[in-house]
Structures are given as C-alpha cells and as structure tokens.
Design a protein around this ligand. Structure first.
Ligand code: PMP
Length: 354
C-alpha cells in the first residue's frame, strides 16, 4: 500500500497524474514514442505547453488581465535573482519571513539598494510581521506567501502602489486569493504543481522593460515571453506532469474546491496538536500555515517511540527541517484527508500508550 506522504517537496502528486505520466513516458498520445524522446517543438509538445499556460491563467482567474505565463528552469532559487535583475532599478523592499526570503534578499542586494521592511528573525521566524510600511519610492515589494520551513503563511498582503512580487512556491493553487493584486508570482513546481524541474512564473507584462540594465538572455523575462518558454529546451517532463496536475485540479473544482479540502486537513491536524498534551505547535496560531504544520513533542523522550509508530503506520516525510527540528507535516493539494487522519490516529495512540 502506498505510504502517507507528508514530504515537504518534492512531494505527493495525485495517483492518476502519476499513472498518466508513466504511460506518457512509454507511449505519448499513442504516437509510439515517449514524451521524453520527442522534440519540444513538435506539435504534441507545443500543445502541452499551451494547455499548461492556459490552465494556469484559468485557475488563477487571470485570463485577459495582461499576464504572461512562463515555465522556466533553475528553480525558485533562480527567480530570487531574476526578479531583481529584471525589476530592480534603484531600490526594492523585502519582507523577511524565513530562509527563502533571506535567500531572495541576498540575491537582490547584488542589484541595488534593499530595504528590509520587517523581519521575524528575532523569534526564529515563528510569526509573520504585520506592522510595517513600504517606502513609496521602491521599484517593487517582495514577499514569500508561505514559509515552507517554519510553517507560517501570510493571510493577507499589504496594499502598495509598487509592483507586488511573491514567491508562492509552497502554496500556489492551494487557496483563493485575488491573484490580480500580484504583478509577479513565481513558484517551483515541486509542491502543488508537479515534479521538480520547472518553475512557474506569472508576470504582468507591463511591469517589464522599465530598467536600462543589460540582461543576459536566459535571465530576461521578455526573451522567454517572446519565445513562449522555448528560448531553450524546456523541461518537457516536468511541464507535462504540471499540466496533468492542473487538469486534475480543474476537474476537481479548482482552487475553491481544494481550498476547502486543505482547510479541513489543517483543522484536523492543528486541533489534535492543540488538544493532545504530548504535542505543541511552534508558530503563532494566527499565522499557521495550511500547507506545512510544524510541531514538537512536549516530552522529547518519546521521540523514538513516536518515530517507530509513524514508520509502522506508513507515514513518510514528517521530520522537521534541520533548522527548526521537531516535526513538519506538509499537506499539499494531493495529500488525502485520510493520510492526515492516519497521522492523528498515531498521535492519539501515543497518548494512550504513555
Ligand atoms: N521558496 C520557497 C518558499 C521554497 O519552499 C523553496 C524550496 N523548498 C524555494 C523557494 C527554493 O526552490 P528551488 O529548490 O526550486 O530553487
């Protein structure tokens, strides 16, 4: 039987997506060729890229609003520098909510002045700073919607006249947001969208072309837009599996549907963390992530017993990130409710035993 997969990313994908992906690797579209041995410029693959792009705009409700969709390589980590390369003329503002924001800040500093509007570093990033102001004269404001490592999530986003840039790697397509408030969204595929190997960028075209810096072609959004994400060979397998996952999400009822399921899963687990005296959540309650729940044992001596019970129950990927310790349950879109129930059952069983 398949394990309950709480891995933080790469992570669980829908079973039917894995089936279809496996079939396509052997024989794509009944063409007697594998998906990964055909040209990315073939009709069949160009259709995949187009479908993936249009599904992104449809699911995010951004059709006809001036946005372009790209599927590039280099991970979200390349976006840390690419956003700054393309948008940072003089000064940019960043909100520091954890390791990934910190890495984005480090890269952006190479290109201009950087204002860190607020940081939750003082408490090991266990909350989202709220009282801060964004200078009016910045080229853009950057934030991370969900902090995969620490388990915090922004529940609201600041009003700003400057372009709003957001790293949504670990919660894209998981909840309803007014995505038209964002000017540039980026996300590595390997959480809610597909396998590692491609990165989604959704960018409002009118924010581009405003700086005079010379940009190397591979780092220039306008070059990739001009070539429909085919300036160089795209990651065909990752884009195809992403397309399948987006189709799966659309067929289920899109973001409004999955948001309810995700909330149910998170409520089930957080209720148990708060009820069970053997466990404690590690972040501010109002900032808890619906995607990544971080918690610790109140009695460390139970660790070996709990870990063995998790293993016996077929629960995978629950170890916390090395910089936080404890446990982290990642509950991305494809994780079924019964997997969260299996985890809660083990937590209750530990309580009974001790
Ligand atoms: N941002 C966030 C929020 C992440 O969770 C991650 C990876 N876990 C990254 C950026 C980095 O992504 P990549 O490994 O695709 O470069």
């Amino acid at each position: 039987m398949k394990k309950h997969n709480f891995s933080a990313g790469p992570c669980i994908l829908p079973e039917e997506v894995l089936q279809k992906a496996a079939e396509a690797v052997i024989n794509f579209n009944n063409d007697d060729l594998s998906l990964i041995e055909i040209s990315h410029r073939s009709k069949s693959f160009v259709a995949v890229m187009e479908k993936a792009r249009s599904l992104v705009l449809e699911l995010l409700d951004l059709e006809g609003k001036g946005y372009k969709v790209l599927f590039l390589q280099g991970g979200a980590s390349t976006q840390f520098l690419m956003t700054a390369y393309n948008l940072l003329h003089k000064k940019a503002a960043y909100l520091n909510t954890g390791t990934w924001s910190g890495k984005a800040i480090k890269e952006a500093k190479l290109f201009g002045e950087l204002v860190e509007v607020a940081s939750s570093k003082d408490q090991n990033f266990n909350y989202i700073p709220k009282d801060y102001s964004i200078p009016e004269d910045v080229d853009y404001f950057h934030c991370t919607s969900n902090n995969t490592i620490f388990g915090t999530q922004m529940k609201s986003f600041p009003q700003t006249e400057s372009p709003l840039v957001c790293d949504m790697s670990s919660d894209i397509f998981s909840r309803r947001l007014d995505f038209s408030k964002f000017d540039l969204i980026y996300a590595g595929a390997q959480k809610n969208m597909g396998p590692a190997g491609t990165t989604l960028i959704v960018v409002k075209e009118d924010i581009l072309g405003k700086i005079d810096r010379v940009i190397p072609s591979m780092l220039d959004y306008q070059v990739h837009i001009g070539k429909d994400s085919m300036f160089n060979t795209p990651s065909v397998f990752a884009v195809y599996v992403s397309m399948l996952t987006l189709e799966w999400l659309k067929d289920l009822g899109g973001i409004p549907f999955i948001e309810k399921v995700n909330q149910k899963k998170a409520d089930l687990l957080y209720t148990e963390i708060d009820r069970n005296p053997l466990f404690k959540g590690v972040v501010a309650v109002e900032d808890r992530s619906v995607m990544n729940a971080t918690f610790v044992l109140t009695n460390e001596s139970l660790k070996d017993t709990f870990d063995t019970m998790l293993k016996d129950a077929g629960i995978n990927g629950l170890n916390g990130h090395r910089s936080v310790g404890g446990y982290r349950a990642s509950m991305y879109n494809a994780l079924p409710l019964h997997s969260v129930q299996a985890l809660v059952d083990v937590m209750q069983e530990l309580e009974r035993k001790s």
